[in-house]
Design a protein around this ligand. Structure first.
Ligand SMILES: [Zn+2]
Length: 100
């Protein structure tokens, strides 16, 4: 079961896990979107599965929210690691101002 989805956003995420690209209908993108969601952020901060996060998991993974949660956490780790890597790299001088 190592099927890789044909999805441009997922391909972009291979190089840049923090890419803002998401394709609707793609499970991997939905998983990645959850890892960036306020629902996950709140649950992570509270160290428990909040009702809002659980509802979000169930809407994406239907029957198996626990397995989904593991995948969301894996993405969260990848995105966090990527952000740390990026923050260690001095920004190019030509790009100015906050982007977010
Ligand atoms: Zn995708």
């Amino acid at each position: 079961m190592t099927h890789e989805p044909e999805c441009k956003a997922c391909t972009a995420a291979q190089d840049n896990p923090a890419t803002p690209m998401f394709q609707s209908g793609c499970l991997e993108c939905s998983t990645r979107a959850l890892a960036c969601s306020p629902q996950f952020f709140e649950a992570d901060k509270a160290h428990r599965m909040t009702p809002a996060y659980r509802a979000a998991l169930e809407s994406v993974f239907k029957a198996d929210p626990r397995a989904g949660h593991k995948r969301v956490k894996a993405w969260f780790e990848r995105i966090s690691q990527h952000r740390r890597d990026v923050s260690l790299t001095p920004p190019p001088k030509t790009v100015r101002g906050p982007l977010i």
